[in-house]
Design a binder for this molecule. Sequence first.
Ligand SMILES: *Cc1c(COP(=O)(O)O)cnc(C)c1O
Length: 374
Amino acid sequence: MTGIPLVDLGAQHEQVAEEVDAGWADVLKSTAFIGGPQVATFEAEFAEYSGVRHCVGVGSGTDALELALRALGLEHGSDRDECVLPANTFVATAEAVVRAGGRPVLVDCEADTGLIDVHALAGALGPRTRAVIPVHLYGQTAPVELIRPLARAAGAAVVEDAAQAQGARRHGVCAGGLGDVAATSFYPGKNLGAYGDGGAVLTGDPELARRVRLLREHGSPRKYEHTELGFNSRLDTLQAVVLSAKLRRLSHWNAARRTAAARYARLLSRLPAVRGPVVLEGNEPVWHLYVVRVPARDRVLELLRAEGIGAGVHYPTPLHLTGAFGGLGHGEGDFPVAERLAGKLLSLPLFPEITGTQQERVVEVLGEALEETS
Ligand SMILES: *Cc1c(COP(=O)(O)O)cnc(C)c1O
């Protein structure tokens, strides 16, 4: 059997190829590469899909986080505005805080789900807290209804990092509409992926949306009029065409991911050494990643890769132990749950088009690897 990739973007492209070809031909003819009408169309479609009033397309998910924070009024360069976020996230969540002029305050995660530990979060709030950033890790949402009242009492906003959760729901409400403002990413490998970088800010607050629109466009309400310092972070017209085509299929693809996740759960039940992912009650996940926990993870990963199984690790190092955030002054042992998980996590191949045969093969090789390392 040939290899099984972690994600298969080719299989997805086949389904939208005709629409993308036709849409791109229109853009090439009009040459409206920046700010073409396709961008506003996609923004309206994605806002409706997510059940929020406003969607503002930007250059990447990282930019979306930074712009959301800057729109909230984080003072650039002050380093005094604090944003609370989990230690076990992709580096961009914390990077955006620093770029927006704030200081990341890390907290530990829940052992079961890997989602932000709400009690730890409550203890990290203080007079300087301006935002709390729950990350909807691996495609399931954090319990934002518990976080909102804590943040509100501290005078802080809730900024969802929804990069991994397009279409995920909590008690029926879609990711992006659970907090005050949300950032998402259209990096090609995400559930809704572009053919390059892209991202969006979602919010129900018209004033925040207006500010993000201003900031993404050089702080410019009208051409050559600059009312404040902004920067250049726009969603390309060509990317908007891809995203509109893919958005029409996203619910279907997310459902296929759920089917595949259920199949893994069945197949993995015969491997007692493997701990499967835990879904928080009230969540409808979209399985951006299917993350299990295994003993001797690094060796198991090596053995899987040697057999052509595209497994991965999300993420091998909690933020406080990375060089980039050494300046925060943390050390080993500060976030023990995140540290313990980082050594065990293993992401198995999962994408909407994965077949039962491919999943059986993944579990078979995983079983052999575990036997070899036990
Ligand atoms: C992908 C991702 C981002 C950043 O998105 P980019 O578009 O790559 O900048 C931020 N947070 C999380 C949790 C992500 O997975």
